[in-house]
Write a protein of this length. Structure first.
Length: 412
């Protein structure tokens, strides 16, 4: 142990590693969208300030992604009265041949490089990053340190009804940043029929991209004012998208995402706790040798005729240790179904004690300290590097590894 201070001194004195390069970013999918709200306990109306998006690493390799952003297409609702403004006389989306999708009002982005381990998910709260179940029993509890949230009052999104102060267990490093160029004090993700997508700017920061006036766009015939302001997100930047139609107004809904992003749509009924959930790729999931004996069948949480055709209950299977591969066919008709309740209501994050083996090579040694230094240098969010699980990767985690190397224990 006498050599450890010398080793750590040498590591700290050495040049810090460069920021992690992106890996497998195209394997990130939108696993679930919960935005329609739930019934209030007294039955007076619905509670809508508890929205979330669940991202998922759909492959057996680690995902590393920088500048990861969320955008929503215009208009906000698929059944909006002005949706005809984005169509030409031939019934084609006016931007379909121009290679972009308009993002209305503003965008949100992760403040640092996002790391997702194989077959793991990341929960992003859109509105209300607190334990909403204390007020509305059918809502969702977001008070977990591993969750992320859209919270950036300095951007102009200051409506405290949409953005109460997040739970104090969510670290500031998990607050997404936003660029607001539209009008209003909240990012108005539709409660009935959003067109949501995930994208990654190339060779430009999210802020600089949105600040460039050449990237602004307004639908034909709409006033060129902040009310209708959009930025043109190149389709080649878009990693995943989902088009939602209002089940109560099917005949009025029209698409906003082009076919190369999402060739279909999925219906949603709002105010009833329902979510939009990704379908399992049955063949690919069953082909994984590690899933033998772990898959749970007989899925029953679909709404009416909308269900997962695989019959596999993904969440129950994950609880059994299975690895799920979800469909990713760029067609919401095939990729998603309407689910009776948000999966986060049933399953809370499973926190596994961190034993200090950051690089997962089976040893707790100086190599783990080196990995922590790499994460610190990149401002990344590698969960295993947060050895003391306080929400931050810093010198305290190096101290924890040293304690574990010496045979001690670390309380999380």
């Amino acid at each position: 142990m006498r050599q450890i201070p010398l080793l750590i001194s040498l590591l700290v004195a050495a040049p810090l590693a460069a920021q992690q390069e992106d890996q497998n970013a195209d394997q990130i999918i939108i696993k679930e969208v919960y935005c329609g709200g739930c019934s209030k306990d007294e039955g007076s109306d619905a509670f809508h300030m508890d929205k979330c998006i669940v991202l998922y690493n759909n492959c057996p390799e680690r995902v590393v992604a920088s500048n990861l952003c969320f955008g929503m297409a215009t208009p906000y609702n698929a059944e909006a009265g002005n949706i005809g403004s984005i169509y030409n006389n031939s019934g084609q989306l006016v931007y379909e041949d121009e290679g972009f999708i308009p993002a209305q009002n503003g965008i949100w982005y992760f403040p640092s490089t996002l790391v997702i381990e194989p077959f793991q998910q990341v929960v992003v709260n859109v509105h209300g990053a607190i334990d909403n179940t204390k007020t509305y029993s059918q809502s969702v509890n977001y008070a977990f340190k591993d969750y992320y949230c859209m919270y950036d009052p300095e951007s102009g999104y200051t409506n405290t009804m949409y953005y109460p102060t997040p739970s104090d267990v969510i670290p500031n490093s998990h607050y997404l940043k936003s660029v607001k160029y539209g009008q209003g004090n909240a990012w108005p993700l539709s409660t009935t029929a959003p067109a949501l997508y995930l994208f990654q700017p190339q060779d430009v920061s999210p802020q600089d991209f949105c600040d460039d006036a050449d990237n602004l766009w307004y639908a034909p015939g709409m006033a060129q004012s902040p009310v209708y302001a959009c930025v043109k997100v190149p389709t080649e930047w878009i990693i995943d998208g989902v088009e939602v139609f209002n089940a109560a107004k099917k005949e009025s809904c029209m698409k906003r995402l082009t076919a190369d992003v999402d060739a279909g749509y999925v219906y949603m009924t709002n105010k009833l706790c329902h979510s939009i959930y990704r379908n399992v790729d049955k063949e690919a999931t069953e082909a994984l040798a590690e899933n033998r004996g772990k898959l749970v069948y007989g899925y029953v949480l679909g709404v009416d005729g909308s269900t997962d055709p695989s019959g596999i209950d993904a969440e129950e299977s994950i609880k059994q240790g299975a690895h799920i591969i979800f469909r990713d066919w760029d067609n919401s008709n095939e990729d998603f179904h309407e689910r009776l309740r948000c999966s986060l209501r049933d399953y809370l994050p499973q926190t596994t004690p961190n034993n200090g083996d950051v690089n997962q090579d089976g040893n707790i040694d100086v190599a783990d300290i080196s990995t922590i230094l790499t994460v610190m240098a990149s401002s990344g969010t590698e969960p295993l590097a947060d050895v003391n699980q306080d929400g931050t990767v810093d010198v305290a985690d190096i101290s924890s590894v040293l304690t574990l190397m010496a045979g001690g224990t670390v309380e999380n």
